[in-house]
Design a protein around this ligand. Structure first.
Ligand code: ME8
Length: 524
């Protein structure tokens, strides 16, 4: 395992306000960043906004404000949302900031001097919303954008091109030598079959038809193509090519694991062109581009014009931040497409948080107060059932860590839920109420000690998602600073004598019908 970790979200277009899809990607990155920090890995987590391009310029004109005013307003809303969702990003880059624009201009000059770029003429099919040119084959007979499915139009433009063929052989070699560079692996095959094998054209990287972009220093009629501008954020934010390059040296160095998490709609830019730009600059390539699936709402693509966008803020206000984060982390397997529906939301919270985790905590605190005056008893002479849970706990921790390290948080949480289920089953099998009636104090104490151990271990393992719950559980079980350390997940039943208080129920059960009506009422 490398000893540094650099993780990034896409930088989102501030063309409309963030919805649950953006929140999904950012939350998954936050979970991975928090996990790495918990394991003692030096971590840097970046997100931001991608503020240039024709689309933004048009939106601003429609709103009757300057593009800068337009993006200032929406970027501030993105920042507020991440704060409300307890996102632990270390920086927030905006591509209109000078620390970015200046360096991108120098990057263009470097690539130009390196003869990776030339001036030419482009003719093709253009999709305005995606800011992408496409070939005849790509748009097909219906002339639809292969990315978003909307109509494209014929356009011609003088522009600078990036020589993709120059770097294609070394890119393919990198794919071969790094089988996890693009995951899930189906996404790599999609790149090869859809874009690379049919023949990769040179990429046009400047525009002359609008001016809301970073000017090309060499030729002031041109602004930079928004994707060249945007992709560079991953290094400009670290101070690449500036006096303050400490972060760049640290997190873009060989001993740093670099992970870009992106949605399936933008895989091509991150797995084909971005590595080529990096090669042109003589820089190392990222370790992983993890492609997550896209969420729809009740089977329909989310979009403002359809009026089916769910904003995370009213959800957080009603259910609390941990509940929303948990739903996103657990409902959709990371890497697969998913369907958001109000019923699924309420059911997921009830099954995992109210009935399983929350109920275990409530029962345990109540029993320790009733049977042991609120003090955690010691484990002594454990029987088969206790040994089974001890063994399962060890296995769970090892599987969880391996899955998290492999960027599979949903599956890592499945393991923890499994341990919680087994612990609840262990209560039914041990029947502490019978042990109490028959005055079998040692056995009863063992049950309590095991329950406390499971709760504390699972709380820690779930804490990258459940960021507020951890503090509540630690307080309820009177954990010392020492006991709060992550490494305690490798010890078993070491909480003897801790004082347990009865808190409020952690996760109240939701009424599926009432909550479905509520969530439908806030979709717009
Ligand atoms: O593409 N489900 O920005 P963008 C899940 N600026 N994730 C979703 C989603 C959905 N329905 N909708 C959006 C851009 N996302 C460029 C990126 S990076 C150098 C430049 C998430 O605002 C998903 O991660 O359109 C997707 O890739 C990203 O938002 C696109 O955001």
């Amino acid at each position: 395992m490398k000893n540094k970790f650099y993780i990034t979200t896409p930088i989102y277009y501030p063309s409309a306000e963030a919805h649950i899809g953006h929140a999904y990607c950012t939350t998954m990155c936050d979970i991975l960043a928090r996990y790495k920090r918990m394991r003692g890995v030096e971590t840097y987590f970046l997100t931001g906004t991608d503020e240039h391009g024709e689309k933004i310029q048009k939106k601003a004109a429609e709103a009757g404000v300057t593009p800068q005013q337009y993006v200032d307003d929406i970027a501030a809303k993105f920042k507020n949302l991440w704060k409300a969702m307890k996102i632990s990003n270390d920086d927030f880059i905006r591509t209109t900031e000078e620390r970015h624009t200046k360096v991108v201009q120098n990057i263009f000059s470097k690539l130009y001097k390196n003869e990776d770029i030339y001036l030419g003429k482009y003719e093709g099919w253009y999709c305005t919303p995606c800011e992408s040119f496409w070939t005849d084959t790509q748009v097909g007979e219906d002339h639809l954008c292969p990315d978003c499915g909307r109509p494209v139009h014929k356009d011609t433009e003088e522009c600078y091109f990036f020589k993709t063929q120059k770097y294609l052989p070394s890119l393919l070699k990198y794919y071969d030598e790094n089988p996890k560079f693009i995951t899930p692996v189906a996404r790599k095959n999609e790149m090869l079959n859809t874009f690379i094998k049919p023949g990769l054209d040179d990429l046009s990287i400047s525009r002359t038809t609008f001016d809301w972009g970073i000017p090309v220093k060499e030729n002031n009629r041109h602004v930079m193509y928004v994707w060249l501008d945007a992709l560079c954020n991953y290094i400009t934010a670290l101070g690449y090519d500036t006096e303050h390059h400490e972060l760049f040296d640290k997190f873009w160095g060989e001993d740093s694991e670099i992970v870009h998490v992106v949605g399936a709609d933008i895989t091509r830019f991150h797995t084909i062109y971005w590595p080529m730009f990096l090669q042109g600059l003589g820089l190392r390539l990222p370790d992983r581009v993890f492609v997550h699936g896209l969420l729809d709402l009740n089977g329909e693509k989310m979009s403002k014009s359809r009026g089916n966008v769910v904003s995370p803020i009213p959800l957080i206000e009603r259910y609390g931040v941990d509940t929303v984060r948990w739903f996103l982390a657990k409902e959709f397997s990371f890497g697969s497409d998913g369907r958001f529906s109000p019923e699924l939301f309420a059911e997921r919270i009830n099954v995992d948080l109210a009935n399983n985790f929350g109920n275990l905590v409530n029962r345990t605190t109540a029993m320790i107060n009733k049977y042991f005056g609120g003090k955690v008893p010691a484990l002594s002479n454990p029987g088969e059932k206790e040994k089974f849970i001890e063994d399962l706990t060890g296995k769970t921790v090892r599987k969880y860590e391996a899955l998290m390290d492999d960027l599979q948080p949903t599956e890592a949480f499945d393991e923890v839920i499994n341990l919680l289920n087994s612990t609840n089953k262990y209560i039914e099998e041990s029947q502490p109420w019978v042990l109490s009636k028959e005055n079998r104090v040692e056995e009863l104490g063992n049950v309590m000690a095991v329950l406390v151990n499971s709760i504390i271990t699972c709380t820690k393992l779930l804490s990258p998602a459940l960021v507020e719950t951890q503090d509540k559980v630690f307080a309820m079980f009177g954990l010392s600073k020492e006991q709060q350390q992550y490494d305690y997940v490798n010890k078993f039943c070491v909480y003897e004598g801790n004082v347990v208080s009865k808190g409020e129920p952690l996760f109240p059960r939701l009424d599926v019908k009432i909550e479905t009506d509520f969530i439908n009422s806030i979709s717009h």
